[in-house]
Design a protein around this ligand. Sequence first.
Ligand code: PGA
Length: 250
Amino acid sequence: MAKVLIVANWKMNPATYQEAKSIAEMTKRAAGKNKGVSVIICPPVVYLRELARGSRSALFGIQDLSYEDGGAFTGEISARMAHSAGARYAIIGHSERRHSGETGEVIAKKIAAALLARLTPILCIGENVRDNAGDYLSTVRAQLMEGLSEITSSEIAKVIIAYEPVWAIGKGAADAIVPADLHEMSIYIKKVLAERLDRGKALKASILYGGSVEAENAYAILHHGSVDGFLVGHASLDVKEFPLLINAVA
Ligand code: PGA
């Protein structure tokens, strides 16, 4: 059976390297005890190399990258730099980045740049609100198609899709999506992917869910929501909660 993928998105936390180290150690311990899960820690980039060094029980990723390969781009990090610091995954197009102005076109270029540097892209998509007319489906479809527009179909098969409805991010377990709605969304995403991939490959695509996943709701969402794992924000920084979450899905 394929391993359940749990991606820890630390966002701009914690404030010091000491805290980062202890959260990473806790995460590696919990991951090491549960063979059925694969845990990917995405810390702020200043902590990446140090935390990733010699790590066997957890893999590492970056929360964003530049699509440029190098040069006069103050403050930016390239995909190759991230790879050389120990990242093997890259979260791209997170809603918090889209909110600060990142366009679909830029996201598509970042996905291509990540693949070129041998990073597995985790493309984040998700609507701001759910409306009765089903406009949220068009939003998800457009974000997906746009994000994958710069790569070939054989490359698309390597991309992990993270469905993160913005209305469910950063709240509590009770505010996460209900598993039946996620099940439907997972089918819809595969149907859209089948426009670019052959059906068999589209059905096998890795889909994660993100938005208020905690130890309490993780098992139900995973098993009834038809996803391959989670992108976890606040719960991944909680040294008590996160091991419980990992155990719950393993
Ligand atoms: P959350 O964040 O788990 O705190 O809702 C998820 C995310 O933004 O990736």
